[in-house]
Design a protein around this ligand. Structure first.
Ligand code: BGC
Length: 766
């Protein structure tokens, strides 16, 4: 109440964004306010708005600190040469920075504080690839809301999320940060996250923060899956397969866009006028601001498109508003503007966009809107937030195999948790998660004890080292120490086998370590690390039932494991509550319902592999046929298809019925299917609808996801689902890049995953 009153009062003073007023009135007021302000600004102050610096350093005063990095930053802020700060962690630190800006700089322009809030802030959620596997967009939106509440309680008003880069290559470590390989699912997730972070239009409350859609564009398609490497793709593929999630996020109102490190059509995204101006602003109508990726402008000369000054100018002219941490605008633009090399209107355009973002956030009304030191205690890691995280973690897990229904486990069993991930808190979190306390997450051992209500006897042994060598571990952890066990490999294994001998069941907790996926973590071998493979083989040899609880940030080539381990539950990196969610699922309190959102390859040679591929002129119908598109050594079948995931129950799909067998461009038809729960457990099923354009003017994919519904079906009951098909769902970018649908034959497919569908045919008529 107090806040609303305060900002209403200040609105009169600053001429702020009056939410009751019509949009035009708001715009006029905002424009007037910003024009007045810009009239007072020097060139350096305008450039300052485009300069984003890292907030890692404390801004302290005192003789002994003179010229410390913090002091130098404070000095720049005082001179009006900084517009925003990234990664200032902690509301007290944010307060220090903001005070200098609004109390000590000439024009007292508030700064924005940004952070990579990727899968939660203090309450840890599954990594995004895991969240996507829940196919539960409401829950994902709630995740983003919770993250926004917690981050804003710590002074953050801007998150660098969602990352919506489509990727078909699991060698690329950053698949973990996105929704997987599908443009439609990726778009739905992008929208849900933007809605969650930003809330209702207007940024009225102090929990609504700016979202950033990144990394624009095509960052997920580097050659050979090597991070930052060359991207080269046809415009048709961009428009039809890779652009949709960025566009969806923009349409959902994402306030900011981050340009990517890679090139798009031979020009780095950060300096690519076609991409940032023509596509983003003109074609999609984006009117927010564009920020570079970390020091991205410094990469431009290395890409070989010019010297530092000319490339810096090119970035600004292309439409890159904010320079994150490269200091290129800061050092090079003053001279470039004064000499006339950069027209003033180009600088003004970007400066205005930054000021507009601040205005819309309400920072001119109240620069301390997001800086309330009493909030962390109230808003961090609350029971309510943790409950959302536990639910989403449980729904993100994918049951890959459950031979002989060895899952769920009895709560009174003796369970041997074996593997380096079983008793390790940071391991639950995954990359891109920086809470104040990384030791807050429960371990698998604790989770099982808690969920069994103390009935299970839970034993633990580490079993092996997580990596084959210390050198590898150092590369994974950027030189940081990892928890090494100083015993010999034989001793570690012997302990594990002794523990296993006492148990009814072995829960093998293995997989990638938390930093093995993420930025700059590409891999060419997607197996479990060798010591873990060896351990698993020993555990299987004991003859005890083995459940592999898998940790990963990407699809893995677990071919041997699929053949030889009776049960596999993929848990990604599930966050602070993951251990309880693992308990929920292993003991059957929660029936697993996650489904993969990327195709898992049999081996690395099959990559890139994705379900929505094209037919080719020589498709291989069965393995092996000479002069057909395939391999001599493996079939084209993946290890697990897109959309795959089991449940403790079974679902049977009836045939598809269509209410019409044709429709016009303005019409619609309904495809219905009845799904029956034929097993013993109640459960959720994600019913997926795919469409194929049988003949089109350009080659179209074999099938494309166009809708899905996650439904709860009680054991023995059935549900009939109706999917409405409209002409919009049949549209694609044609050879001339016009977005069209073409009359002709279509196939609609509905099923439990992309490879197991029923189908029916219909026509689109002129
Ligand atoms: C990453 C971005 C991130 C930025 C700021 C970069 O290295 O690519 O995803 O938002 O750093 O931390």
């Amino acid at each position: 109440m107090k806040k609303i009153f305060a900002s209403a009062f200040l609105m009169l003073v600053a001429g702020g964004f009056a939410f009751g007023a019509s949009p035009d009135e708001n715009d006029v007021k905002m424009d007037r306010f910003i024009t007045d302000l810009m009239n007072k600004m020097t060139i350096e102050e305008k450039i300052g708005q485009l300069h984003q610096i890292s907030g890692g350093d404390d801004i302290v005063s005192g003789e002994q600190q003179v010229n410390s990095p913090g002091q130098q930053k404070a000095e720049m802020i005082r001179r009006g040469e900084v517009g925003s700060v990234l990664n200032a962690k902690g509301v007290d630190k944010v307060m220090q920075y903001q005070k200098v800006a609004v109390e000590e700089s000439r024009l007292k322009i508030p700064m924005m504080f940004a952070m990579d809030v990727i899968h939660g802030y203090e309450t840890g959620f599954p990594v995004p690839l895991g969240m996507a596997a829940s196919w539960n967009m409401d829950l994902i939106e709630q995740m983003a809301r919770v993250a926004a509440v917690e981050a804003s309680a710590d002074g953050v008003c801007w998150t660098f999320s969602p990352m919506v880069d489509i990727s078909r290559d699991p060698r690329w470590g950053r698949v973990v940060e996105g929704a997987g390989e599908d443009p439609y699912l990726g778009s739905e997730m992008a929208k849900a996250m933007v809605r969650g972070y930003q809330g209702e239009p207007g940024f009225e409350s102090d929990t609504q923060i700016l979202a950033t859609v990144k990394h624009f564009a095509l960052y997920g398609a580097p050659d050979a899956g090597r991070d930052y490497s060359t991207v080269d793709m046809s415009r048709l593929r961009m428009y039809n397969d890779y652009f949709p999630p960025y566009k969806a996020a923009v349409e959902a109102g994402a306030a900011t866009v981050m340009s990517s490190f890679n090139e798009v059509d031979n020009v780095p995204a950060t300096a690519n006028k076609w991409l940032l101006d023509e596509v983003l602003r003109k074609q999609w109508g984006f009117d927010g601001l564009v920020v570079t990726d970390y020091a991205g402008i410094n990469d431009l000369p290395r890409h070989g498109i010019g010297d530092p000054v000319s490339t810096t100018i090119r970035a600004l002219e292309a439409g890159t508003d904010i320079d994150m941490e490269a200091y290129a605008y800061h050092y090079m633009l003053p001279e470039a503007v004064k000499s006339g090399r950069v027209p003033m209107y180009v600088l003004d355009r970007s400066c205005r966009r930054v000021l507009e973002a601040k205005y819309k956030l309400g920072l001119f009304d109240d620069p301390y809107k997001y800086i309330d030191e009493s909030r962390p205690d109230k808003d961090f890691f609350t029971d309510e937030h943790r409950a959302v995280a536990r639910k989403l973690a449980g729904e993100s897990f994918v049951l890959l195999k459950n031979e002989g229904n060895i899952l769920p486990l009895r709560k009174d069993a003796t369970i041997a948790v074996i593997g380096p991930h079983g008793n390790n808190r940071p391991m639950m979190l995954g990359p891109w998660f920086y809470p104040h306390d990384i030791y807050r997450a429960a371990t698998v051992v604790e989770g099982l004890k808690e969920v069994s209500g103390g009935k299970a006897e839970v034993l633990y042994a580490r079993g092996c080292q997580p990596f084959e060598s210390e050198e590898y571990a150092k590369r994974v952890y950027f030189g940081k120490e990892f928890e090494k066990d100083n015993r010999s490999d034989e001793e570690i294994l012997k302990e594990a086998l002794d523990v296993a001998a006492k148990a009814d069941v072995i829960v093998a907790t293995l997989g990638e370590s938390t930093e093995m996926s993420g930025e700059s973590s590409s891999r060419t071998d997607l197996n479990l690390p060798k010591p873990q493979q060896d351990l698993l083989k020993e555990l299987v040899k004991t003859g005890k039932p083995v459940v592999l609880v898998l940790f990963t940030g990407r699809p893995l080539t677990i071919t041997w494991e699929k053949e030889n381990v009776p049960a596999i539950l993929n848990t990604w990196f599930g966050g602070t509550e993951a251990a309880y969610a693992i308990g929920d699922v292993l003991f059957g309190d929660v029936n697993p319902s996650g489904k993969l959102t990327s195709t898992w390859p049999v081996n690395v040679g099959q990559i890139p592999i994705y379900y929505n591929c094209k037919n080719t002129g020589k498709p291989m119908d069965q393995w092996f046929q000479k002069f057909r598109s395939g391999y001599l050594d493996v079939s084209n079948e993946p290890l697990f298809p897109f959309g795959y995931g089991l449940s403790y129950t079974t679902f049977e799909y009836g045939d598809i019925t269509l209410d019409h067998d044709s429709m016009g461009e303005k019409g619609r038809l309904t495809a219905s299917v009845t799904v029956r729960n034929t097993g013993k457990y109640d459960g959720y099923e994600t019913v997926q609808l795919y469409i194929k354009d049988v003949y089109a003017s350009i080659i179209r994919p074999l099938k494309e996801l166009k809708a899905f519904k996650k439904v709860f079906i009680k054991a023995g009951e059935s549900v009939t689902l109706d999917f409405e098909i409209t002409a919009d769902m049949l549209k694609f970018y044609n050879y001339d890049l016009d977005y069209v649908c073409e009359a002709g034959d279509f196939e609609v497919m509905i099923g439990r995953n992309s490879a197991d569908v029923k189908s029916a045919k219909f026509k689109l008529v002129d």
